[in-house]
Design a protein around this ligand. Structure first.
Ligand code: COA
Ligand code: NAP
Length: 213
């Protein structure tokens, strides 16, 4: 049961990072159930292939597994090119790829902080910039950045992810302003805690309050 008109995304193509699991797999499923074809991106090619096959079975639409690490612009470009080669276009880009773990700022390493910034914030930029160049600048489209609410006030053990999601929100506003006149709609979604996801398993384990001590 959907509140949207049947086939509202017929003919559209979505490129979804993090689409092989969790929230972004759910987003991809919803897009495909409403008519879109999709490409899903992640590092684990095996899990991605299984997810693509499952989504195709469930929705009757086509799903390309396009493995890439969003930290690597060349791999991102190759995944976008493979998507355009397969489907002819990209109309919707979802930046959902993310990495996170609980860690006190007092013990977080240089590389721990950088890794989360690289995946979440720089990864979002890499994908969006390359999609702009290939398709969005001349054809318009939609960019949907998946953020969080961690940084609205302050969340313990989450200095790294809070900084990364704040950067994503800032990028969402800047690009919406700069690219709106080109017919590119840039929006953000900040989910609350979603049960049954990797994010929740990592961030709300039964003993997480012990780490604050
Ligand atoms: N606590 C503290 N530091 C951690 C950590 C943890 N639980 N997990 C990783 N790190 C640190 C590592 O020690 C390393 O820093 P160092 O070189 O100073 O030791 C740095 O982060 C990079 O770790 P590495 O395992 O090499 O990174 P990766 O690129 O292979 O994986 C992660 C990225 C760490 C974010 C990994 O958890 C991941 O792939 N996550 C994806 C799924 C996910 O997080 N889903 C939830 C989304 S909300
Ligand atoms: P998830 O299933 O772990 O999703 C993260 C996805 O990102 C995975 O498919 C992972 O695939 C991919 N990914 C990670 N690093 C990558 C990289 N370097 N390159 C390419 N892909 C990469 O987690 P989730 O909980 O559903 O979270 C999805 C999104 O919602 C994230 O942006 C998260 O911050 C946000 N969010 C979640 C919650 C929640 O309650 N779960 C709350 C607020 C916000 P690979 O491992 O195969 O690369």
């Amino acid at each position: 049961m959907s509140i949207f008109k049947d086939g509202i995304l017929d003919g559209k193509v979505a490129f979804v990072t993090g689409g092989g699991s969790g929230i972004c797999k759910g987003i991809t499923r919803a897009f495909m159930a409403h008519g879109a074809n999709a490409a899903i991106v992640g590092r684990n090619a095996e899990r991605l292939g299984a997810a693509a096959a499952e989504l195709e079975r469930e929705t009757g639409r086509e799903c390309l597994a396009a493995p890439a690490d969003v930290r690597n612009p060349k791999l991102v470009e190759a995944a976008l090119d493979a998507t355009i080669e397969r489907f002819g276009t990209i109309d919707i880009v979802v930046n959902g790829a993310a990495g996170n773990f609980l860690c006190p700022a007092a013990t977080l390493s240089y590389n721990g902080f950088k890794t989360v910034m690289d995946i979440d914030a720089i990864g979002t930029w890499n994908v969006t910039r390359a999609a702009f160049e290939r398709r969005l600048r001349d054809h318009g489209g939609v960019v949907l950045n998946i953020s969080a609410t961690l940084h609205y006030s302050a969340t313990p053990l989450q200095a790294h992810a809070s900084a990364a999601k704040a950067a994503i929100d800032s990028l969402t506003r800047s690009l919406a302003l700069e690219w709106g006149s080109l017919g590119i709609r840039v929006n953000g979604i900040a989910p609350g805690p979603i049960e049954g996801t990797e994010g929740m398993e990592r961030l709300a384990p039964p003993n997480h309050k012990d780490k604050l001590a």
